[in-house]
Design a protein around this ligand. Sequence first.
Ligand SMILES: Nc1nc2c(ncn2[C@@H]2O[C@H](COP(=O)(O)OP(=O)(O)O)[C@@H](O)[C@H]2O)c(=O)[nH]1
Ligand SMILES: [Mg+2]
Length: 332
Amino acid sequence: MLARHALPDPEALAAAVAARDRAALARSLNLLDDKRPQARRAASRFLATLPGERLNTAGHLIGITGPPGAGKSSLTSALIEVWRRRQLAVGILAVDPSSPLSGGALLGDRLRMLAHDQGGSNVFIRSLACRGEFGGLSAEVWPMSLAMLAAFDIVLIETVGVGQKEIDISKMSDTTCFVAQPASGDSIQFLKAGIMEVPHILVVNKEDMGAAARKTLTELRTTLKKQIDPDGWQVPALSVSATTGSGIEKLADVIDSHRRWLTEHQLLATRRKRFQGEWILKRLREEFGRFGIEQLGGEPLLFESLTQRQGSPFDLYDSLRDQFLANWKRTT
Ligand SMILES: Nc1nc2c(ncn2[C@@H]2O[C@H](COP(=O)(O)OP(=O)(O)O)[C@@H](O)[C@H]2O)c(=O)[nH]1
Ligand SMILES: [Mg+2]
């Protein structure tokens, strides 16, 4: 019991994670999720010790989002197989509470299968689905993705992408894929109305359903003609079938081409740096509201400084929190 609760040595843990030690990875994700003060301090040191150049410029952080039942988990399994054939090490964070039975079990089964052959050690999956409400959990997804990034070529996060409560995956991934299913007018309406941030890649899954899939793809392409990615990336829409496997190689290629495009335009490192600013601002906003942000210098200034700084994001957050509380005490 004691051993289970004993905190790991952050430096040794970071080295083991970077060496893709599976037990260390599991331990690091638990540590990042541990709210006890001494665990937070260890987690903070752990994050600060992860290899910075990997976190800034290596690997590929991919977000897969879309409504429940669209086939995100199925698509994830299909992609894992392609990436394995391409000799890439893959880490998955599944933050999808909507399909713990179909999706969760499906993905679990596939991975159990994979684990039987020698390629199994290059695939690591952590499901965050069975913890109920997102609540505090959502806050830890980004730090967890950093630990995964230190170990894997590809880190994929699956989230449900409709509604307000959901994690904004576009604020923590290099490439965001939105998965729609045939005859899902909703997704198109969300896009048109600007409720949904334009993803980098639009995927219509269940192509095997025939005409309905083709119609949805055409509608999405028409909608996309009016949508411009702020960076200038031409958003592609393609159809696939996770069940039959059709289009999956192509999808993997398109996902990779977006990463190459980001690198060629010197946007990858810039994008990664923004994630930290977004994460800290979001947490400050949740804890102290707009007033808190104003007290700390206002959003633009704060954001700018947060993307510049080095070290652990936990430390940065804590120091801003302390700063706010000290100001608050002085003025009341
Ligand atoms: N016909 C068809 N069904 C699919 C396809 N991909 C997934 N499904 C089914 O759609 C349902 C939801 O899939 P799941 O991957 O759990 O969706 P998620 O909720 O988006 O993760 C399951 O019953 C899958 O078997 C596909 O390409 N074609
Ligand atoms: Mg799922």
